[in-house]
Design a protein around this ligand. Structure first.
Ligand code: DON
Length: 550
């Protein structure tokens, strides 16, 4: 099913909702949440840009078209195969220096979600600059052309843009940027121009990172955060650094997977779960049967169990070796019963003789090219429009990533996660994440790049798509749209895709002991080289999306 890219893009632009057909392309393929991103990707590719140039341009484009989860005031991770090796780039937000593990104890409960205290030092501009500097081919200024034009000349807001913006109206500290002069909501299809953001992007174009982390934009961010009660300083912005990390590797079904290591928990949980899937021979169980869904839930509960022991590797010794040891994984596998739920106790905080080192709403897109380069990038502000704090003069919405720390031990965060002491707040530290950009290789060539937004549900979504595509041979689009289950260990609840499974299946899962809650699960964006060697891309019908190849 070959499609011309131009046709596909115009269809997607006209379509009232997402299309989830795999789009087959030639040299380069991208799947992400906005058709504008695909359009900019095409232009960058036509200028002679490589997969990294495309990824950087797409990320900047999303900061314009999708500020609720991709504004420059957020952070993220990327898995990158540009030359011979696969690298992980960590441009996650960082706690400002003034914060300590006790900072949130005496504050209002919503301090880590809705105030200036919620805002971590943003990482997106630094991350995109570092990625381009290391692996980009086109000049920096050219990569920013498309996003700047969209901010300056405007773009048509989508239905999802309107819904996500309208729902935060009372919370945003500035209405000016995202509502009409009369304070009204825009309607789908209305043109939104963002002159403030265009100016910020131009500063980044001419001054690189310094255009954001120093000078006027930095002063605006700090003033906006402080006005909303937070303690971020100019020094915090000036000190922001990205990290290049060694990915976590896993072998599954004859493929080599490259997964995000801490400060993401995604890699560990996915690696654990895939190991258990192989140990219990899950592919022998009929797809989407009650048995399969039950076993997937039991596997996930066990895999997420180790998450609570993780934290930023610069501040905390992560017991990865113990959590991935053959003896621990075999013990987990032996504890799974086909006929009923068996609930394990939480791991003790000192599991694996864990010792502290002495001080020494999200989106994803995937890009792959015919030469085997690929980028899987997930960016986030955490909640929808993050903290709701807006740096108005710069046109930048700011994250609420501080809520991803263990701000109050034993209390669930906004995703219901009860997190461990390795993830307490410390100045300069990065909060534990679930973001799971992932690359899959076969014979050293990338054959798939994927990831998702959705908090902890990211991990189970990426896991189930990997399992269905690689383990069961399902095509990538069907694997993305297939019903999913999500179990994050705590709460002891099985979240199932809303309206996707028959009532009899849910009842049969209840009989096995699952506490069921129907819910919206994460959205996956994937590109891959299919068995015929053709690039294809697919996105999730659970939200907005587009895919195109050129
Ligand atoms: O890093 C994390 O795990 C979260 N901050 C991600 C939040 C998210 O995916 C929200 N998206 N819907």
């Amino acid at each position: 099913m070959k499609k011309s890219c131009a046709l596909l893009i115009s269809l997607v632009l006209l379509a009232p909702m997402s299309w989830a057909i795999p789009a087959e392309g030639h040299k380069i393929m991208v799947a992400g949440p906005s058709p504008y991103a695909v359009d900019v990707a095409k232009k960058v590719s036509q200028m002679g840009g490589n997969a990294v140039d495309v990824a950087v341009a797409v990320a900047f484009t999303l900061s314009v078209t999708s500020p609720y989860y991709a504004a420059l005031g957020g952070g993220g991770f990327a898995l990158v195969k540009a030359k011979d090796s696969v690298e992980a780039l960590d441009f996650r937000e960082t706690a400002p220096a003034a914060y300590t593990k006790d900072s949130f104890a005496g504050l209002e409960k919503n301090a880590s979600t809705d105030t200036g205290h919620a805002v971590g030092v943003p990482g997106i501009p630094a991350g995109l600059f570092a990625l381009h500097k290391k692996h980009g081919k086109l000049p920096w200024a050219r990569v920013l052309e498309g996003p700047i034009a969209l901010a300056e000349k405007g773009f048509q807001v989508s239905g999802e843009w309107v819904r996500r913006t309208e729902s935060e109206k009372s919370r945003l500290t500035s209405k000016k940027l995202f509502f009409t002069k009369e304070g009204k909501s825009y309607l789908p299809g209305d043109i939104l121009k963002q002159p403030e953001l265009a100016r910020t992007l131009k500063k980044i174009r001419s001054q690189k990172e310094a255009g954001f982390y120093k000078g006027e934009v930095a002063r605006d961010i700090v003033a906006s955060v402080q006005k909303a009660g937070g303690k971020m300083s100019l020094e915090d912005l000036k000190n922001y650094k990205v990290r290049w990390l060694q990915p976590l590797e896993a072998d599954y079904a004859g493929y080599r997977l490259y997964l995000m290591p801490p400060p993401s928990s995604g890699g560990l949980v996915i690696k654990t779960a895939l190991n258990l899937i192989e140990k219990i021979n899950l592919t022998q169980v009929p797809a989407l049967s009650v048995d399969e869904l039950h076993l997937l839930a039991e596997i996930q509960a066990r895999a997420y169990r180790g998450r609570a022991l993780l934290g930023d590797p610069d501040f905390h010794k992560n017991p990865l070796e113990n959590l991935l040891s053959e003896s621990y994984l075999s013990e987990l596998s032996r504890s799974i019963r086909k006929e009923k739920v068996t609930t394990l106790a939480a791991l003790p905080e000192n599991f694996g003789a864990d010792t502290k080192k002495e001080h020494t709403e999200t989106t994803h897109f995937s890009v792959i090219d015919a030469d085997g380069s690929a980028v899987a990038m997930t960016v986030t502000l955490n909640g929808n429009y993050g903290s709701g704090v807006i740096a108005e003069k710069s046109g930048v919405a700011l994250n609420n990533e501080m809520d991803d720390f263990t701000t109050r031990p034993n209390e669930p965060n906004m995703f219901g996660l009860i997190q461990g002491l390795g993830n307490v707040v410390e100045g300069g530290k990065r909060p534990l994440s679930s973001m799971s950009p992932t690359l899959v290789t076969k014979d050293s060539k990338v054959v798939m790049a994927l990831g998702a937004p959705g908090g902890p549900r990211i991990i189970s979504a990426v896991l189930q798509v990997l399992y269905r595509v690689l383990g069961r041979g399902t095509d990538v689009d069907s694997a993305i749209q297939a019903p999913r289950v999500h179990h994050q260990f705590q709460p002891n609840t099985l979240f199932v895709d809303k309206d996707k499974l028959p009532p009899e299946t849910l009842q049969a899962l209840r009989v096995r002991g699952h506490m069921i809650e129907e819910s919206t699960l994460a959205k996956v964006y994937a590109v891959r080289v299919n068995k015929a060697g053709i690039l294809e891309g697919a996105f999730d019908l659970r939200g907005e999306g587009a895919a195109g190849g050129f």
